[in-house]
Design a binder for this molecule. Sequence first.
Ligand code: ARG
Length: 591
Amino acid sequence: VNDHEVLPLLDQIGHVVSEAITRARPELAGSDPVVRRSDRADFQSNAALALARRLRVQPADLAADLVADLAPALDPARGPVAAVERSGPGFLNITLAEHAVWAQVAARLASPRLGVGTPERGRRTVIDYSAPNIAKEMHVGHLRTTVIGDSLARVLDLLGAEVVRQNHLGDWGTQFGMLIQYLDEHPEISWRQADLAGDVSAVSALDQLYRSARAAFDADPAFADRSRARVVALQSGEPATLARWAEIVAESEKAFRAVYDRLGVLLTPEDSVGESSYNPVLAATASELVDAGIAVDSAGALVIFSEEVTGPEGAPVPLMLRKRDGGYGYDTTDLATIRHRLRDLKAHRLLYVTDARQALHFRLVFEAARRAGWLTDDAEATHVAYGTVLDRDGRPFRTRAGGAVRLTDLLDAAVARARAVVADRDHGLSPAELDQIAERAGIGAVKYADLSTSRVRDYVFDLDRMVSFTGNTGVYLQYAHTRIRSILRRAGDSHPEVDPELPMEREERALALALDGFGATLIEVSRTLEPHRLCGYLYDLARAFTAFYEVCPVLGSAEPVRGNRLALCQLTARTLSRGLGLLGIAAPERM
Ligand code: ARG
């Protein structure tokens, strides 16, 4: 419990029902009170139905006993319960006391963290995300891992987890041989951003180098041989080759950094722990697995055969620990990441945010880590898989030429579209204001569209839909926030007093209960690793606010009603802004 934690009403009611269960039937002490939000009353408990079987009694009889034993809790002056009623075969309908609902609004408003608890405290969680490949452009495929991973990092951090971000950059591999060789043979080419200052295509200079080198490699066997020799030089740490490699990595990271800054993600240079950083421990990792009898020789290669997964002909599926030529690859590096994160970083939870197509890879890595004794019951490892971004025809999103769509181009397009939509509704914004709003709306739209789809599903990248002011979009939520902010500004941005003795309108109550559910939603996100649940929550909250605002005048009401309604406005604005922030999306003052 942190100083600012406010226990949600749902949990308070749970405690009240638990106590009644214990009073009614001491042998059932500790049972789940099974309390849910309900449309019929405020909350409903299904405990009697769930527990009657165990006692071999009628659910309705047990429910009647519980109603009787809840009576002492019905102290309307103090407790949160105003009324309890048995319904149906044994449900309990529970109506909250209005003062308890108002008190909840006041308590959350008084908390800098809106009363959200820290149930993840003490849990070290490593989140592996983004991980683009050096010397290649970040493309639409990197959008999802970057945006989802970043949102999870923010949510878990708010819930108190000790979050360790790891950007597993693809900064090692045979492609560097050809890149370095090509650069040496073509000293005249411009591949650094600085060489191309002012050129809009600057970010793709390195990408261009990659393509040229690749073309030469495929077309010219002699160049391919020289490139392979260069790989050997790199692996043996030949200084000039290594220096070139470091330059390429640094240049590429500069380009990634520009995208990260624009996207507003948390990743810093300190979070970059690329594949190459595991080089010094690969041999030790391999021999540890050999000594444990897990890794075996297979036609000169070192592999780990799965005991759980079999291939088409029933043959066990292998992880490649060391190739026949002695080289280490992606599988080995990931065995090293899991060993490092569990043993050295002492993580309790490992999240790998990558494409769903890597599911088998991670299943095998986790299995091997378990067999090696690195991954024990004290820790958990999860592949946070996500689906593919599709075009409007339902095919993987690509450029007309069939290439990967550069992330920068995609963001530019979204910002341009958002600018047009915002300009359409012009309220006398200056061009500079318009630019700033369009940037936030466009980037927010792309992130929200990505986060609001159920993670494992594919989704269609539809610019028009994502910058729409209506529907479940980032722009809608940003706009909802600006509308409430405008009400609060007109009220002089005061600190409203909440009078808990005031009666409550139905819409006020619905809004207050929605606001009370923020923390529970975040806990759901941390459990399921699905940020779309937070998106859905914020969308419902914005709609609950609209329903409230339609029937409850705020600025036009007199005190003390005005104060209570302003408190609801303020708590809604802060919850929307905080929620958008947890998705990595800006909540502007106006738009
Ligand atoms: N660089 C890889 C890619 O672009 C992703 C790496 C993900 N992380 C990991 N530990 N394997 O597909």
